[in-house]
Write a protein that binds this ligand. Structure first.
Ligand code: MAN
Length: 441
């Protein structure tokens, strides 16, 4: 570039360049890169609020010309001015320009103390390194937590599918039991009717023969006694029937006990008709078997019905947008705070156990209670035990991000209103992009 010039001429050119760099650097002091376009050397300067035009010489001349302080970004002249710390290698930021050359190092690149006696060191590189290491550490931990979260989401998806399949199976079993029940109810009614009509027929036949002197059904005969005692005429005698007939003739003070009634019943009667007639005996035992079969299937149906109901209830809960909180179901977390042991069973209830062993409900699962943009960060448990001279006990559970899933704190900020912190990786969110550390001008 300087090959054709004389030596003297070259010196002048170099001097002009150095001077202009010097002036320029003085002028751009305290300005961010994006504002640099407003500060054009050798052009008049228009205050950034557009209020005034001044010669460029008056920029950073330690005299405040612009109302918005934009002509003095690098001096403390304007009360509302601000100085931009470039802080190469760390974070750029503004400081009030009153702090420029005040003897205190504000910018880590020491740029705010360019004319002070304070020997400020440029510490931006070290600060940047330290912060980068910290951020890397946090990023690693967050990465690990998000990995755990992903596993729990996958576990939730699997559990959800399993529960759905379980529900379908139970539904099939229930349908099958329902069909069996329909058949067994008919069978039981048929068998009972059969046994009843055989008994009726037998009793009718014996009634006809009752008046014969040789009849076993004469009044004092065992069969007559049997009939006398069998007040409901079902062909068998119950303890109640014996007690009802015989107690009134007993000593008023001494009502017939159950055991006595059984003994008297046995002595006085020949046993039930079923003991005598093999046909009736067979019909009665078939009716009993049908009733027992029906009862067995009814019990099984009842059990399956309850399981279906519980499962449906469980599947109707909102476990998060990705069912990420499903893994918390059927788990309980405890924390001892002073004399109480608090227990949180997510989606179920919260309790407080005192040293005496008394367990008090602090609320039953209510709903998610976070703000609309993040409803899954708070849970509400409501309608717990009423508080003496206070409201019903309620608990708000705040979900916070952490590696372990555990109950971290319990507080009672106002009487019988509890606040808990449940930590879990499921509540961790990917970090928003960190504000970058400034590495270039
Ligand atoms: C018990 C506990 C406390 C509560 C008082 C209110 O001692 O449930 O948490 O504050 O009752 O009387």
């Amino acid at each position: 570039m300087f090959t054709n010039c004389s030596l003297g001429h070259c010196h002048i050119v170099i001097a002009v360049i150095l001077w202009s760099i010097c002036v320029d650097s003085r002028k751009i002091r305290g300005i961010s890169l994006s504002y640099k376009r407003f500060y054009r050397e050798r052009k008049s300067f228009l205050c950034i609020d557009g209020s005034k035009m001044i010669p460029f010489d008056q920029v950073n001349d330690d005299y405040c010309d612009c109302m918005d302080g934009s002509d003095e970004p690098g001096t403390a002249a304007c009360p509302n001015g601000r100085f931009y710390c470039t802080n190469l290698g760390y974070r750029s930021h503004y400081i009030p320009s009153s702090r420029v050359n005040d003897g205190i190092c504000d910018c880590c690149d020491a740029s705010d103390e360019y004319r002070s006696q304070t020997p400020c060191q440029n510490t931006c590189r070290n600060l940047g390194q330290r912060e980068r290491a910290e951020v890397e550490g946090q990023t690693r931990v967050l990465g690990e937590r998000l990995r755990l979260k992903q596993l729990l989401i996958e576990e939730g998806v699997l559990t959800w599918r399993e529960k759905q399949a379980q529900l379908r199976d139970l539904q099939r079993v229930s349908d099958d039991l329902q069909t069996q029940l329909d058949d067994l109810r008919k069978e039981e009614a048929r068998r009972k009717e059969e046994a009843d009509s055989l008994r009726e027929r037998e009793i009718g036949a014996r009634d006809t023969a009752d008046n014969s002197p040789t009849s076993p059904y004469r009044p004092e005969s065992p069969i007559s006694v049997f009939k006398e005692l069998d007040s409901n005429r079902d062909g068998s005698i119950t303890v109640d029937e014996v007690q009802a007939k015989l107690s009134p003739v007993q000593d008023e003070e001494h009502a017939l006990s159950e055991d006595e009634a059984v003994i008297k019943g046995r002595r006085g009667v020949p046993g039930s008709l079923a003991d005598e007639d093999p046909n009736i005996k067979a019909a009665v035992s078939a009716a009993e078997k049908a009733a027992a079969d029906l009862k067995r299937v009814e019990d099984a149906y009842e059990t399956v019905y309850m399981e279906i109901r519980d499962l449906r209830e469980k599947l109707s809960i909102d476990y998060g947008s990705e069912r990420e909180f499903l893994f918390l179901h059927n788990q309980c977390f405890q924390l001892k705070v002073y004399e109480y042991i608090y227990e949180l069973c997510p989606f179920s209830q919260v309790t407080q156990k005192s040293a005496s062993g008394e367990v008090v409900s602090l609320g039953k699962w209510g709903s998610w209670a976070g703000p609309p943009e993040n409803p899954y960060c708070q849970m509400r448990y409501e309608s717990g035990e009423p508080c003496w001279q206070g409201p019903t006990r309620n608990t708000m559970v705040m979900l916070i991000c952490g590696t372990e899933t555990a109950l971290r704190s319990v507080k009672e900020p106002s009487k019988c209103q509890y606040v808990m912190e449940l930590q879990t990786p499921v509540s961790c969110q990917p970090a928003l992009r960190q504000r970058g550390i400034h590495s270039e001008l």
